[in-house]
Write a protein that binds this ligand. Sequence first.
Ligand code: COA
Length: 259
Amino acid sequence: MYSTLTTELSTGIFIITINRPDKLNALNKVVIEELSLAIEEIYTRSEIKSAIITGSGQKAFVAGADINEFLALNAAGGKALAQKGQDILFTKIEKSPKPIVAAVNGFALGGGCELAMACHFRLCSDTAKFGQPEVNLGLIPGYGGTQRLTQLIGKGRATELLLTGNMIDANTALQYGLVNYVVPQDELLNKTRSLLDIINTKAPLAITAVIKAVNAVFDETKNGFDVEINEFGKCFGTADMKEGATAFLEKRKANFIGK
Ligand code: COA
């Protein structure tokens, strides 16, 4: 049981809803720790095939890290906050063996934009707004924002957003490639679920291999082409590859077991 999140699981899709609507779902210490535990559930529970992260209420996905916690921190404390958050949550989302998708239902600012960007891809409502307003507070992003925003939308656009602190609307986010779809707010979860329903019919080990290989593009310690070759090879050792190829040749639907 979580105090700042609600979770539900149906048809293999685990929906995590950040539930502090009166504070626009801002990420305080408890939210970060509970999100980390919820992500751990995705890693470990076999009945979960994929997940959605969204925010409660109509207004915000997440309006940032909780600014109330900032004034007590010195330089070492700030560094530790960023390090811990990246370790227990943001990197953990990115490296999840199962897809985690952000359904951005409103403001995604600061840590909220960073949370969405740590997910494997993003959809948003037509009311969503994205931004990295940390410079307004004398700060920069600490949960991967300077890196992932640049990876996702390119250096020029990312630097402009990071330096101005300006927000962009949903259609600009779509044009920039920050989100894959913009939909009316009341269709956001259904649209997100419909994509995960497709993904959940595929071979789970192949899904994990795709995530690993794509992540390798942005990991300077790895050669992504080598990661792809290795993962491709490993797929040939799976029962699901035999089933997928056999099912195709027998003109029937594959029944994958994740082995
Ligand atoms: N941390 C802590 N509290 C936050 C918060 C944050 N990041 N973002 C919003 N809140 C709180 C507000 O303090 C307010 O609480 P209160 O009712 O107890 O006063 C409540 O959420 C509602 O926010 P409010 O500012 O009244 O809503 P608004 O519609 O006027 O403005 C925003 C919405 C998102 C533009 C505005 O809340 C905002 O700029 N938030 C901070 C964004 C930010 O800088 N994030 C990066 C942090 S590193």
